[in-house]
Design a protein around this ligand. Sequence first.
Ligand code: DTR
Ligand code: CA
Ligand code: ZN
Ligand code: ZN
Ligand code: ZN
Length: 277
Amino acid sequence: APDISLANVKAHLTQFSSIAAANGGNRAHGRPGYLASVNYVKGKLDAAGFTTSVQQFTSGGRVGYNLIADWPGGDPNQVVMAGAHLDSVTSGAGINDNGSGSAAVLETALAVSRAGLQPTKHLRFGWWGAEELGLVGSRYYANNLPSAERAKLDGYLNFDMIGSSNAGYFVYDDDPAIEQTFKTYFAGLGVPTEIETEGDGRSDHASFMSIGVPVGGLFTGAGRTKTSAQAQKWGGTAGQAFDRCYHSSCDTTASINDTALDRNSDAIAYAIWELGT
Ligand code: DTR
Ligand code: CA
Ligand code: ZN
Ligand code: ZN
Ligand code: ZN
């Protein structure tokens, strides 16, 4: 798998920051900053040769959008999907939550294009709307996926908050094969990981679990406090939240941990190359 450029991922975060600043300070469902975020990501993917589609839904009386991008080729009966929610809360730009996952998944997709990858399996990428309202966009997508299409989904990889300033390295403990893929990657870096225990209902992978799709993903932590044992193995500050700007106006590019974002971006690329070919 290629090394994902941290600079490229951060360039997408800068775009998300500018979009929020130009649209009332957020990228929340039903607000102009969300659709502007969709249009930014879609533009990059269209230019890179992806087949994109925008799926509309309504929530709270406002229109929401999911962005789906398919990389042409691969076995259509064996689909590997990676996704991230693109919406923020109304209180800020949502750069870690979840600009980080959105940008890393976007940059991985662009790396697939740059490599002209011809994977064995079909690769699909998704950016979800209205996750903050309760996984609304991903649930809409999953529940409206025809059963024949559901059966083709070999796995869904979720990335929601992967650049937390006081980062931990958490791997979802759901599908064993997907979990092992991520653990192998981090072992290669000499970075210890822990099982993500905040609960499976907390992000978009839950929507795919509920339709029987194997899931996995990565997480660097939100409002919970880092223990001293965790600080010893990961660095950072014990007794402080993994992301003290969680759902706050200070969730900006200043609150991103570059090392965590880079490692997780590279882990996403590794998993896509491993599971897709
Ligand atoms: N609910 C997510 C943040 C979050 C909290 N726990 C987890 C566990 C796994 C992924 C994400 C999360 C949000 O605020 O978007
Ligand atoms: Ca990298
Ligand atoms: Zn959130
Ligand atoms: Zn989130
Ligand atoms: Zn889980």
